[in-house]
Design a protein around this ligand. Sequence first.
Ligand code: ZN
Ligand code: ZN
Length: 375
Amino acid sequence: MRERARRKKAIAAAVGAGAEALVVTHGPDVRYLSGFTGSSGAVALVGGRAALFTDGRYTTQAKAEAAGLRLVIDKRSPAVQAVEWLAAEGVTRCAFDAGHTTVAAMEAMKKALPAAVRRSFLVASDGLVARIREVKDEDEIALMRKAAALGCRLFEDVLEFVVAGAKESDVAAQLEFKARMAGAEAMSFETIVASGERSALPHGRATSAKLPKRGFVTLDFGVLLGGYCSDMTRTVHLGKVSNREWDVYHSVLEAQQEAVARVAPGVRCGDVDEAARSVLRKAGLEKEFSHSTGHGVGLEIHEGPRIAAKQEQLLEPGMVITIEPGAYLSKQSRSLPKSASGTGLFGVRIEDMVLVTAAGGEVLTAASPKAWMEL
Ligand code: ZN
Ligand code: ZN
């Protein structure tokens, strides 16, 4: 029963934020604290008690998934039911996640409260459960290992479709079909297959564009397996390579490896970012690295911590983060070569999932090679 331990941490955090109770409505947080995976639910915590509120569509599912919680089935909004219950239990101050609550939902909760406590009952907090979720427990790490391993297998299996003339969307379709056949519930985000000049787009989702005879193909994808997201990127090359392409690829690879090597408990997230960024800076590619180095991943594809410039947060054992530097050469790019293949527009990104361990970092996507791959 991992959920019980998670609820303990959550209520302690709510007390730390000056409340006696906590109400949670954000789907991944509800799942994390209760096991319930339905699309509409609220978890209320007070002291050692926990209740799950949902509607009649989910009666059977909630009973099966959220054993150990008091279950309340009602047609009304789960959040409204939750605060009503807490107020009836004598709670006067309840933390809620302001980042995932609309103004309308907050007004509805307020309206449902007794007049005597209405004004002071709801204590706005931001990401209280999200912060707990940043550090994965053993069950979560086991699931994330499986998701990451499946991602690696899929990459290997899809390579035969990465050929000149194939459509990006066909490559994505093959990948997604194989993912579902292997048991993935879904992709964890829209699959990116960005080829040729389109590899210069950091978020080039697969289009009907055809893979070129010469150039990079960036595949950035993830599966949702057992509720947990994988996220990885590999960039491969088709046909003859230019010196510039080779150099940029190896600069990005070095940046990625430096950042991975920097991962350890107690290290500032900003320092991991800087480990990647300084390599690209030295290579004259600082401007071409236009995003942050990585992000936490778990029940959601983008979670804390942020691996970005100047982030003071320290890595902790159990965090699972991505390390994904890239370089994108556009027409504006100072580093644009005169010759190279065609226009000289291309991009490279390499991304691994890394588990922060007691000793350092463990790459969960290590089964997929990162060395230069020419198809
Ligand atoms: Zn990714
Ligand atoms: Zn990512």
